[in-house]
Design a protein around this ligand. Structure first.
Ligand code: IVH
Length: 671
């Protein structure tokens, strides 16, 4: 075999590989390699094709754009092909570009327009006599998929061109980029997660997936946007430069981007720098800048080569996606007890920072992305800040997959997974150091044990010094020893001791709420307290018994059971009781309180209590605070400047109370 034969074989192989990636990217919206990796392969192919020196077939990935349209959508031929852009990766290539333009046009200082390069997908919009008739994706550049119905859901795209003084062109193709804003992307992934659906890797894939929906209603909910940046058929006559064209498109009713002008290499590069810095604060993702010769006559003089015009070039920002190897998967315990898998990786530079760890959020994501120790993974910085693993590449099916831990890696308590939820959690709530600060600050908070003076700062310090290791320590700690702490005067210490003493006999409902059992908020705690009457009875209760209580479903029952079954928690509770904490039986608690079962509306402002706090406390007493006054309202409590709700209560003849009465009701010793 001679050298040319090997070269040809390598070229064929590389073309096949790139075609597969085109198909995955454009048709399936699910790329398996990073953009940077793709560009690298494409350049390699280009180099090999040049080395071989034979004519390059028109279907080579170096000559064609995108991938054949899928079979699901009707296909549409574009009036004029959609071209792509050549890429530059360093300043020298920009210099060469400017040189080519100078030579090709004979202009010493031609004007360039600089546009941000939007990370979305190109579409072609056909207007006939000013009305939108067809919208198609780029497809292979000549033929795309008909997505007209879906495109009509995008608010930035006019259905009719706004032509005030002139007749609309008979036919006009408008080109631009459909994209998803960072905010819409975050919201979409939040919803995907809530519905147990896989998250989209980036806004571009999300935009592509959202546009290529069979049901336009789904597209409409995704909040897509559009920027126009060019024209095809029928566009020649509209303007004589790109800057004038953008102004025209804007007048027609399209959204267009902010642009700037430069006429030399320094100017072009300076704008690149500025946009790279602005990038993170922009509401949508951009992946580079596009330089275009502004003047259309000069553009024409430059012409085009196979897949891209010679009058424009894209200068991409440095790769935000890189490939590295996972060293191991560790499990991290968050403040709320959620245990998340974290991949420790071979350190790698992404977008200017060294990344060596990335969270996988939950076990499902870990499995979906096929991440395991030894895997090669694509890492990107989502929204430019948090490193994220996009997926594994070159997946080794035989490699051992990580399995979730049976015990909390921090405290050793057993873990549990709530049915229907992806997260696994540590059940050692009261004693797990990872959750300690959060637990303590909840325990001492107002609606809970109400230990005034034990603020977050003090908690943090006590935990960091190793003086508080669980909740029971609050009652075993020698507060006198804080004497020489800065800011801890005698008075403060005395007040703190008093607050601790006062908390010994909080109502059972408050104590249960203070324990921070998952799913047990103030209302459920109140219900449990009034049903069981004592902590002991509740701790003995079975899940079957618990689900008979109003407000307690199987999920809440399971959470309560596993909380009290956990030996660490039982131990902490035993120590709390031994130290003198005596949750008081709900003699005047929910059920007996005059407001129990009443629908109450708070309106206006109160001097000595925040409305939200009052609502929470009312709920703990068994009342039902609601937001609007209706004939079902039992009582309206009106503060200062109460307006329409108070008027409505009077109109409906509903009982009205004032702040003083409210405070009396909320007093634990009431009546
Ligand atoms: S002009 C003949 N302008 O990037 C010129 N394209 O990598 C065709 N893109 O196919 C495109 N922002 O999908 C142009 N301001 C911009 C752009 C832009 C994003 C996309 C477009 C294009 C691809 C090329």
């Amino acid at each position: 075999m001679n050298n040319d034969d090997t070269l040809k074989q390598r070229i064929d192989a590389l073309r096949l590989v790139l075609k597969e990636h085109n198909y995955r990217y454009y048709t399936l919206d699910a790329p398996v390699i990073s953009d940077a990796e793709y560009d690298r392969l494409l350049r390699q192919l280009e180099a090999l094709e040049t080395e071989l020196g034979e004519p390059v077939p028109s279907d080579s990935p170096t000559r064609s754009v995108g991938s054949a349209p899928s079979q699901t959508f009707a296909t549409r031929e574009h009036g004029e092909p959609l071209l792509s852009l050549a890429n530059a990766f360093d300043p020298e290539e920009i210099e060469a570009f400017v040189r080519r333009i100078r030579e090709g046009t004979g202009e010493a200082k031609p004007d360039f327009i600089i546009e941000p390069k939007i990370d979305g997908l190109a579409v072609n919009l056909r207007y006939e006599s000013g009305h939108l008739t067809i919208a198609a994706t780029r497809g292979d550049g000549k033929v795309g998929e008909d997505v007209t119905d879906n495109i009509r859901t995008i608010a930035d795209i006019p259905w009719h061109l706004n032509c005030v003084d002139t007749a609309p062109p008979e036919v006009l193709e408008v080109r631009g980029e459909v994209y998803m804003s960072k905010a819409a992307f975050t919201e979409l992934n939040r919803r995907q997660d809530a519905e147990g659906l896989p998250a989209f890797a980036n806004p571009r894939n999300a935009a592509a997936g959202s546009l290529r929906q069979l049901d336009a209603k789904v597209t409409a909910r995704r909040g897509l946007n559009f920027f126009a940046y060019g024209v095809g058929l029928g566009g020649r006559e509209l303007a004589s430069s790109q800057s004038a064209l953008l102004a025209r498109l804007h007048d027609f009713g399209f959204a267009v981007q902010e642009t700037s002008m430069a006429s030399d290499v320094d100017g072009l590069l300076a704008r690149y720098q500025t946009l790279q810095e602005k990038r993170i604060d922009m509401p949508y993702e951009i992946d580079g800048v596009v330089y275009k010769l502004d003047n259309f006559a000069l553009q024409h003089r430059m012409g085009a080569v196979a897949r891209s015009p010679r009058w424009a070039i894209a200068y991409k920002f440095p790769a935000e996606e890189v490939i590295t190897t996972v060293k191991q998967i560790i499990w991290q315990v968050g403040r709320t007890g959620v245990i998340t898998p974290v991949a420790e990786m071979q350190p790698v530079a992404v977008g200017g920072v060294i990344v060596s760890r990335a969270t996988l959020h939950n076990i499902d994501e870990l499995q979906r992305k096929q991440v395991y120790a030894g895997a090669r993974v694509i890492v990107r910085r989502a929204g430019d800040v948090i490193p994220e693993i996009v997926r594994a590449v070159d997946i080794d099916e035989k490699a051992q997959r990580p399995s979730p831990p049976q015990n909390c890696p921090v405290c050793g308590a057993s873990v549990f997974r709530v049915e229907g939820e992806v997260a696994i959690r540590c059940s050692g709530g009261l004693s797990c150091p990872a959750q300690l600060k959060e637990r303590l600050s909840h325990f001492v908070s107002r609606g809970a044990m109400d230990i005034e003076g034990m603020g977050d700062k003090l908690i943090t310090k006590l935990v960091d010094e190793g003086l508080l290791t669980d909740i029971a320590d609050l009652y075993e700690f020698d507060y006198e020893s804080l004497h020489d702490w800065p800011g801890m005067g005698e008075k403060k210490i005395a007040n703190l001791q008093k607050a601790i003493e006062q908390s010994y006999q909080r109502p059972l409902a408050r104590f249960l709420h203070a324990l921070g059992i998952r799913h047990v908020g103030t209302a459920t705690a109140a219900g449990l307290a009034s049903h069981f009457g004592s902590l002991d009875a509740l701790m003995q209760a079975s899940a079957e018994e618990l689900v008979n209580i109003p407000d307690v479903g199987p999920e809440v029952a399971a959470s309560i059971c596993s909380f009290f079954a956990e030996p660490h928690n039982r131990d902490v509770i035993a120590r709390l009781l031994a130290a003198g904490v005596q949750p008081s039986a709900p003699s005047s608690g929910p059920g007996n309180h005059p407001l129990a079962g009443k629908t109450v509306v708070l309106t206006g402002s109160f001097k000595s209590i925040q409305r939200r706090t009052a609502q929470e406390q009312l709920r703990a007493l068994g009342a039902r605070p609601t937001g609007s006054v209706s004939k079902n309202t039992d009582l309206v409590i009106a503060g200062e400047k109460a307006g329409s709700k108070l008027a409505k209560a009077r109109e409906l003849g509903i009982e009205v109370a004032n702040e003083q009465q409210l405070l009396a009701w909320l007093n634990p010793d009431y009546p």
